[in-house]
Design a protein around this ligand. Structure first.
Ligand code: SAM
Length: 280
């Protein structure tokens, strides 16, 4: 059988990735978005939302391990964690590897993403069976407004900042997040790439600086995301985030104490980037 060619439709990137696909495993439309699961001989199964590849089985660890383990190891005792988005379950799986975590609430606007992931992406969705996991189907922007000093760590694992995900990068949202965090809580969000989305990275950093006393940025390389050099923006109420403060006991493919430190941009370059002195 000849491969089918899948061309990504990413409205937020100046390139179009193109994948050889051996099978389309699922295709449907939820009230929120078009959902597909495709199979690639090179990347394994891939989740596609509104034409944009969200993850692949081969490299998803390069994103989920960094998104979850950096804040969770920078926090001395993360017990109560909130994940906004992340319906595939990859971030939840990593969060639940921490023995300190007593409760992980996942607020995913689109219940169908979770159902599709449970059926077609079992290595990612494994955490949904954990008794510590609580799933809420609601807009994360609204959900977070109901809480005060509730969570140790809040993680945004959302789609690109367009449509219903756009509110998750606003200063308003960051203020609600700040209120929902305990006094030593921290926040992290995936904030797109340095190469193709530099203005967005800067804007988010500047907004976070208006709200949190400690703001930082770390990166990992994600081969399937256009721009590759992926950023994670952090806002912390009390603890710095550049050093892990707990020994790394979780089983990972790449995350470690030394990779934690290495993920942060050198302070000089980081400041240049946020101040707009680094231009492309
Ligand atoms: N790792 C992926 C990436 O960066 O491309 C994200 C994957 S995850 C499937 C993203 C999820 O965020 C989607 O399922 C989407 O429905 C959810 N989402 C987007 N905006 C949201 C919001 N405002 N509240 C809750 N979930 C949201």
């Amino acid at each position: 059988m000849r491969d089918i060619v899948f061309i990504e439709r990413d409205p937020y990137a100046p390139v179009r990735h193109c994948y050889a696909v051996s099978k389309i495993l699922y295709q449907g439309k939820s009230p929120y978005q078009e959902i597909q699961v495709i199979e690639s001989p090179e990347f394994g199964r891939m989740l596609v939302l509104d034409g944009v590849v969200q993850l692949d089985e081969k490299y998803e660890f390069m994103y989920h391990e960094y998104l979850a383990h950096v804040p969770l190891h920078a926090h001395p005792n993360p017990e109560n964690v909130l994940i906004i988005g992340g319906g595939d379950g990859g971030t939840l799986r990593e969060v639940l590897k921490h023995e300190t975590v007593k409760r992980a609430v996942l607020v995913e606007i689109d219940r169908e993403v979770i159902e599709v992931s449970k059926k077609y992406l079992p290595t990612l969705s494994v955490g949904f069976n954990d008794p510590r996991a609580i799933v809420v189907n609601e807009d994360g922007y609204k959900y977070v407004q109901d809480y005060e000093k509730e969570f140790d760590v809040i993680i945004v694992d959302s789609t690109d900042p367009v449509g219903f995900a756009q509110v998750l990068t606003t200063e308003d949202f960051f203020r609600f997040v700040f209120r929902a965090l305990k006094d030593d809580g921290m926040f992290v969000a995936q904030t797109e790439s340095i190469h193709y989305h530099l203005e967005m990275v800067r804007t988010v950093q500047q907004r976070l600086r208006k709200v949190f006393p400690i703001v930082d940025l770390y990166t990992s390389v994600v081969p399937i995301y256009a721009g590759y050099w992926w950023t994670y923006s952090v806002g912390s109420k009390k603890h710095p985030v550049r050093e892990p403060v707990r020994p790394v006991k979780v089983k990972t493919k790449i995350y470690s104490e030394e990779m934690h430190r290495h993920a942060f941009l050198p302070p000089g370059f980081y400041e240049k980037l946020v101040k707009g002195e680094f231009k492309l």
